[in-house]
Design a protein around this ligand. Sequence first.
Ligand SMILES: Cc1cc2nc3c(=O)[nH]c(=O)nc-3n(C[C@H](O)[C@H](O)[C@H](O)COP(=O)(O)OP(=O)(O)OC[C@H]3O[C@@H](n4cnc5c(N)ncnc54)[C@H](O)[C@@H]3O)c2cc1C
Length: 398
Amino acid sequence: MNFSYTPPEEAFRNELREWLAAALPLHRKEFPPSDDELVLHPDKSFESSLAWHRRMHEAGWVGIHWPREYGGRGATLIEQTIFTEEMIRAGAPPGVNTIGIMLVGPAIFHHGTPAQKRERLPKILSADEIWCQGFSEPGAGSDLANLGARAVEDGAEFVVTGQKVWTSNAHRSHWCILLVRTDPGAPKHKGISCLLVEMQSPRITIRPLVQITGDAEFNEIFFDRVRVPKANLLGRENGGWGVAITILMYERMGLGNLAILHQFVDRVLALARTTFRNGARAGADPLVRQRLAQVLIQSRALRLTGLRYLTRQLRGEAPGPEGSVLKLTLTDTYREMAEAAGQILGPAAQLWKGSDWAVDAGRWAFQSLFAMRFGIAGGTSEIQKSIVGERVLGLPKG
Ligand SMILES: Cc1cc2nc3c(=O)[nH]c(=O)nc-3n(C[C@H](O)[C@H](O)[C@H](O)COP(=O)(O)OP(=O)(O)OC[C@H]3O[C@@H](n4cnc5c(N)ncnc54)[C@H](O)[C@@H]3O)c2cc1C
């Protein structure tokens, strides 16, 4: 592993740092940061994130890993890492359309027709078209290939009937990348196709699902004979599993992005420094210190594992099981951090937004519940453990 950066990489960092130093104060003037931003008021934070996204897009900082021909910067993996580091360092808010930029764009440039590339890609980057991912169903989550939503050919269209579930941001999306079964007679991985579906199409019903945090960030979607032009087939008919694999590969790479954890660790450390109990700083309590040190060690070890993952990719090697190790440890470390905040604050950590005594507008109570998502989204911890057990430890299957 080489920890130093080349002069062009340092120049890239400086260019971004200078842009952030000028652009962020302007954004903050328009959307003053509030302590509960990002997690407690999703609509307010969406509006702010959208405005920030558009500012970044105008300056060419959205989808930097996309090839230049599709509007990206063709950034190297190292530049992407620098980008993430600088965004965290500056405390910049995230943009929007993560699924569009992280998953749908790459799927379209690997599998799309020239018309699909021309029409969809620029609007994904600008967030004029926001996307959701219609993969999971009530009977197909970990076993995704078991999906049952059907698409039947009818002239120049497919007619789609079925249900999707846990679809993040479906209520804000203009388009959905949808997996459907087109050949029920074929072996299950071989009868699936991928469609690009306009969410405004007649006979689509979106129902919000309220999460344990009280927010309704994801949804159920019902398709009742929804007509989709055949021109919106992505990849080959019955070749949808290949498209899904491309998407899941990019999703796993995105999950290896530890920015969200490092930001959270910084906030909990600041909490330990600024919280006083019986006249003493919470961070001076040996039990709190021990716990924070342990979690900090885990988060540093994770960063190094992330760099090892990067090194493999730079050497052109196939992604190894580091993705699963990263996801598992991120899940545990995030949850332990939320527990550490509880230890620092004591019973006040449980007070929810709306209470006059809630610390930081209820952020910590929220985080203790929010932390649970990481063990489910993008492949559950049990599935990740099976991957590590079978591929790294050589344990027998099942
Ligand atoms: C915050 C969040 C956002 C999401 N966003 C989206 C989205 O935008 N689009 C989308 O398509 N999906 C989305 N999902 C769905 C997510 O991909 C699924 O929840 C996940 O794949 C698990 O599937 P499931 O919920 O059907 O659980 P199941 O697969 O039914 O699993 C239930 C339990 O059984 C265990 N289990 C299942 N199979 C095995 C096995 N072989 N070995 C051991 N244990 C097993 C699981 O670990 C789990 O504990 C989201 C989920 C969350 C939490």
